[in-house]
Design a protein around this ligand. Structure first.
Ligand SMILES: [Zn+2]
Length: 119
């Protein structure tokens, strides 16, 4: 009788452990995962918050380079961001890994990542 009870306890412990494991696998990517969720929205993690700051810095650096490439403001805008000769990693959003949008007619630079539109 006592033996049967002990065996049942072991099964109970294993079931609880399995449930915790499933819960952890389900929840962990939301807290530790880099990048975006399936809808394209960056996950709300401390790491992505830091990468959003890096994205703002990248855009600031690109806009500054665009201004420096045209000292009088009358020179033609570069045809692409590659023409600015900045390091490649500056030209991509660190969260979504997408190339920044650049309009060679207006000189506007924007991040394509959702929730980075205002950067
Ligand atoms: Zn971005």
């Amino acid at each position: 009788m006592k033996r049967a009870h002990e065996a049942w306890s072991l099964i109970e412990i294993l079931v609880v452990l399995a449930l915790l494991l499933i819960l952890a696998i389900w929840l962990l990517p939301q807290y530790t995962g880099r990048g975006t969720d399936p809808s394209g929205q960056p996950r709300k993690t401390p790491e992505n918050a830091a990468l959003a700051v890096q994205c703002r810095n990248n855009l600031q650096q690109i806009r500054l380079s665009l201004r420096m490439a045209r000292p009088t403001g009358e020179e033609p805008l570069p045809a692409s961001l590659q023409d600015l000769r900045l390091p490649q990693e500056v030209l991509y959003c660190p969260v979504s890994k997408q190339l920044y949008w650049y309009d060679p007619h207006t000189g506007r630079v924007q991040c394509p990542t959702r929730s980075h539109e205002g950067f």
